[in-house]
Every structure is written in C-alpha cells, then in structure tokens.
Design a protein. Sequence first.
Length: 117
Amino acid sequence: MLTIWLPTAAQTYAPHDLNEETHELYRGKVRNQPQSDPFQQLGLNPLHEYKNTVILSRYVSALGRIAPRANSGLTRKNQRRLAKAIKRARAMGLMPYTYRQTFAFMPEGRTGGGFRS
C-alpha cells in the first residue's frame, strides 16, 4: 500500500521522493462537474423571481445563509442575481433572515386547521 508523505522544512528526503509519479499523488483532484443551472436552462432571470420564495428557499441553508456557487451549481452571473433576489425578498419581508423557510402543502380536499365557529 502506497502512503503519501509530504516533507516539511525540518525533515530530509531523497530525490526519488520528488519525482513526477509521486507529484501526481500530492496534487489536489480537479472537479469538472457539469454546471446544471436551472435558471439558464429555463431562460429565467433570478432577479425577476424575488417574489417566488419557494424557488429562493432552495438556495438558502437551514441557518439562512445563501448557498455558495460550488453547491448551488449556478453560473457566476445567475449566482449574483440569485443573491440579490434573496436579499430583496428578505428586505421586503417575504423571506426570513435567520432560518430556512419551510413550506407545508395541504393535500387537495383537506381544509386548513384553525378555530371552528
């Protein structure tokens, strides 16, 4: 089994430790995931969706933080637009600042709870 060893300043190493084959082991893996931006695929501008909190809450963490581009899979342009749309929705009071908004949908034929008169 091959173990990865990285020399530090206080350690000595042999020249064969720094050859091209071991250099490939030390390099970080590059992720080339295809970006699947749903806004781009559907031709939507995230700025125009500031009132659609169901879509916007998908890109907000449980603590209310906007998801980074690496996690959201959006293009740079749409990530900036989405962040601005989320901030607008928060400023208007449509979305909370500190937690992720959850939505409960009632099945058809059922009425909501509440007080009976």
